[in-house]
Write a protein that binds this ligand. Structure first.
Ligand code: C2E
Ligand code: CA
Ligand code: CA
Ligand code: CA
Length: 274
């Protein structure tokens, strides 16, 4: 039994080594990707169904790998966070998104995802400021998306940074609401103007529990003057259920998948024709 235990352990170590090596390899690749221009932003609209219009687009990072094709951000963002590359990649995303949005019609906003890791180093506020100044984008058209895990960090410094953005006129959204260590108490301690109900609730909105949670979140948000966005809407039924709960801002494949920047004019035209 002892020998068996040892060999299991050795097997485990080999597996760990392989995983670590794969991460290291991706880290090196990713560093080069940023320099070689292999990163790109796709955009997914958010829709105001009450007014039947698209109100803006969320920037979602894509890595066009020369041999592997598109690599998912779910794979490469965690690696970038671990090795610190997320700071440079995040600054690039802010600058690119603001630059592209500055060319859109002025009633369209752009939303950029921020990793909690980006708040751990000074310089994030400068990155945002630089992106605004370089692009000339009105700060009111920029929205920053943060996740609940951020709220577990040193909250005084996080709140100060978020308040700085708000003072500048930039909006703050809480992303994936309901998946983390959410507490409804966060909603008035942090300066959010939007919360995005995670797609796991929207997908199961037909179930009573999900619907009750969505209803509670919408009720509270209304009291706090926070806009609620339903994420991951894939069907007409989900769209209608959200509307009947009083949520009219949405995102999801039902309206549009994320698309390259040069296709957004087409996305808007197609939507107007529906
Ligand atoms: P997220 O911010 O929650 O973005 C929503 C994800 O759901 C996107 O996946 C989007 O393509 C997908 N999605 C949208 N509508 C639907 C739908 O109706 N059905 C389904 N099944 N999926 C839908 P994506 O683009 O693969 O991004 C995954 C995650 O990677 C993002 O989740 C975000 O956490 C992270 N990410 C993406 N871009 C960036 C970035 O520039 N910076 C940072 N820090 N994270 C990013
Ligand atoms: Ca997001
Ligand atoms: Ca989300
Ligand atoms: Ca997510």
């Amino acid at each position: 039994a002892k020998a068996e235990g040892r060999s299991t352990w050795r097997f485990f170590e080999r597996e760990m080594d392989a995983e670590l090596q794969a991460r290291r390899a991706m880290e090196i690749d990713l560093r080069a990707a940023l320099d070689r221009g292999e990163l790109e932003l796709f955009y997914q609209p958010f829709v105001d169904v009450a007014r039947q219009r698209m109100s803006g687009f969320e920037a979602l990072m894509r890595w066009r790998h020369p041999t592997k094709g598109f690599v998912s951000p779910a794979e490469f963002i965690p690696v970038a966070e671990e090795c610190g590359l997320i700071h440079a990649m995040g600054a690039w995303a802010l600058e690119t998104a603001c630059g592209q949005a500055a060319e859109w019609p002025e009633d369209l906003a752009v939303s950029v995802n921020l990793s909690p890791v980006q708040f751990k180093k000074p310089g994030l506020a400068d990155d945002v400021e630089r992106a605004l100044v370089a692009s000339g984008l009105a700060p009111q058209r920029l929205q920053l998306e943060v996740t609940e895990s951020l709220l577990l960090q040193d909250s005084a410094s996080v709140i100060a940074t978020l308040n700085g953005f708000r003072d500048r006129g930039v909006g703050i959204s809480m992303d994936d609401f309901g998946t983390g260590y959410s507490s409804l108490g966060y909603l008035n301690r942090f300066p959010f103007d939007k919360i995005k109900i995670d797609q796991s609730f929207v997908r199961t909105i037909e179930a009573n529990e999900s619907r009750a949670i969505i209803r509670a979140v919408i009720g509270l948000s209304r009291a706090l003057d926070i806009t609620v966005i339903g994420e991951g809407v894939e069907t007409r039924e989900q769209r209608d259920a959200l509307v009947s709960e009083g949520c009219t801002e949405m995102q999801g494949y039902y309206f549009s998948k994320p698309r390259p920047a040069n296709e957004l004019a087409q996305v808007l035209i197609e939507f107007e024709r529906r």
